[in-house]
Design a protein around this ligand. Structure first.
Ligand code: PLP
Length: 451
């Protein structure tokens, strides 16, 4: 459908009347100029007025090979000519089976079974329910709580918020959430001491939790190597491996939430691969379909699968499922997405590019209000601070992050802030030229807004 230019006003009016956007203050949004996307071309998004923008957030951390990719479009069309959807409850379908095999083959060797859902939050909920029931089935029902990390983000459903660590959400929903134990995620920039001291201190706290409460903890859930929504916080090398070892020693399952980090975002196929970590459960979503359709997955070890395996009357069945679980269109495009990873040798591209841009941060590093630039692969956060020396933060009400991203939009790049952290999460297949242009836009926006 092509929109005539005189339709755009009407469309904006209908947005105002009928649509409630997620994670959006509607008052601010509706007071601003509309941003209504009509189409995508590679790493660019084009709005209904014909303005073109870099997709600097990969449509919020999803897009991989660019928009409107002929191969991915074709995979959906081909599948559509067969069937769009049939149920996975007590039945199966061709692409869901083939994709499960593919996922098992590329994830760490501990992971042997794939359970589908439709969003990252659901993939997390499923991992939590599986871990909880696993210990019950093992005759250890007292292992029924979760250890989670400070500032963690695992999605917006009630269970996922419960194991999250963002006070903003916890304060809002307090009584609705189930209680958990929380241990700090190492954040060297905000730690008073060296990176090594930060790592040691966080490990010590983790060890204490496990020593004191390991008998009541079903699982530890974390975002491996890099916390996303917390503000792109990069874990010091070695912490993840040590965490895995401590979990094993204390009979605590390890749940890796790779919804943001998975599929090459950090340079390795999965962030766990950086340290050869083999979790018991892994949540995947976001880039699984190349940013095309909502498919998510929870991968599990054989041991967990077997705790649910038995004769019908034993009632060991995992009573959980969603209507669109294993959707054929989504699984078909996910398979084509993974084919493209291989054909374009995408991980090498991400690795090369992430090194190539290291020197490009130099001008930005000198800016008066740039406190820290954190990068792993093509997962990037730029923390703005009021005072570089003291690392004093800007106040929430200053909305500095919001203003920088708004200015970047005028300059032709879309992204969203995480508080005072500006994120850059380009589609992984971005060219060096386009990535350099994106960094230049962010630098200009930061300068204009903060200096
Ligand atoms: C985005 C995200 C989720 C939630 O995924 P949805 O598909 O938005 O529900 C969970 N965990 C992490 C680490 C994420 O970044």
């Amino acid at each position: 459908m092509f929109l005539q230019s005189d339709d755009t006003e009407t469309l904006w009016e209908k947005n105002r009347q009928y649509l409630w956007n997620p994670f959006t203050q509607m008052k601010t949004y509706l007071d601003d100029e509309p941003l209504i996307i009509q189409r995508g071309e590679g790493v660019r998004l084009v709005d209904i007025h014909g303005n073109s923008y870099y997709d600097g957030y990969a449509s919020v951390w999803l897009n991989v090979h660019g928009h409107n990719h002929p191969r991915l479009n074709e995979a959906i069309r081909e599948q559509l000519d067969q069937i769009a959807h049939s149920t996975l409850l007590g039945a199966a379908n061709v692409p869901a089976i083939l994709l499960a095999e593919r996922l098992v083959s590329i994830t760490p060797p501990s992971l042997r079974k794939v359970f589908y859902s439709d969003s990252g939050a659901e993939a997390v909920e499923i991992a939590l329910k599986m871990a909880f029931l696993y210990w019950k089935r093992k005759g250890r029902p007292e292992k029924n709580t979760f250890l989670c990390m400070g500032n963690a983000y695992h999605g917006d459903t009630v269970g996922a918020v419960s194991v999250g660590g963002m006070d903003l959400f916890h304060a809002a929903y307090d009584k609705l959430l189930f209680p958990t134990l929380r241990t700090p995620y190492p954040h060297p920039y905000r730690f008073d001491g060296t990176e090594q001291e930060c790592l040691d201190s966080c490990l010590e706290k983790l060890r204490r939790h496990l020593d004191e409460s390991g008998d009541t903890i079903a699982a530890l859930i974390l975002e491996p190597m890099m916390q996303g929504a917390a503000g792109m916080i990069r874990m010091p090398a070695g912490f993840l491996k040590k965490t895995e070892e401590l979990c094993r020693q204390h009979d605590v399952l390890l749940i890796a939430d790779e919804v943001a980090t998975g599929f090459g975002r950090t340079g390795a196929m999965f962030a766990c691969d950086h340290e050869g970590v083999q979790p018991d459960l892994m949540a995947l979503g976001k880039k699984l379909t190349g940013g095309y359709l909502p498919v998510a997955a929870t991968l599990t070890s054989d041991a967990i699968y077997e705790a649910f395996y038995g004769d019908y009357e034993e009632m060991k069945t995992f009573f959980h499922g969603h209507s669109y679980t294993g959707n054929q269109l989504g699984c078909a495009v996910a398979l084509a997405n993974l084919d493209l990873y291989e054909e374009t040798d995408l991980l090498s591209h991400v690795d090369r590019l992430s090194r190539a841009i290291l020197s490009e941060w130099e001008p930005m590093r000198q800016r008066r209000h740039v406190g820290d630039i954190r990068q792993l692969g093509l997962m990037i956060g730029i923390e703005l601070v009021k005072d570089r020396k003291t690392r004093e933060s800007f106040a929430w009400a200053d909305a500095v992050g919001v203003k920088v991203c708004r200015r970047a939009r005028d300059l032709g790049l879309l992204t969203r802030p995480l508080g005072n952290v500006i994120t850059l999460m380009p589609p992984l297949a971005v060219s060096q030229e386009d990535l350099t242009a994106m960094i230049a836009i962010l630098d200009q926006a930061i300068r204009e807004v903060t200096e």
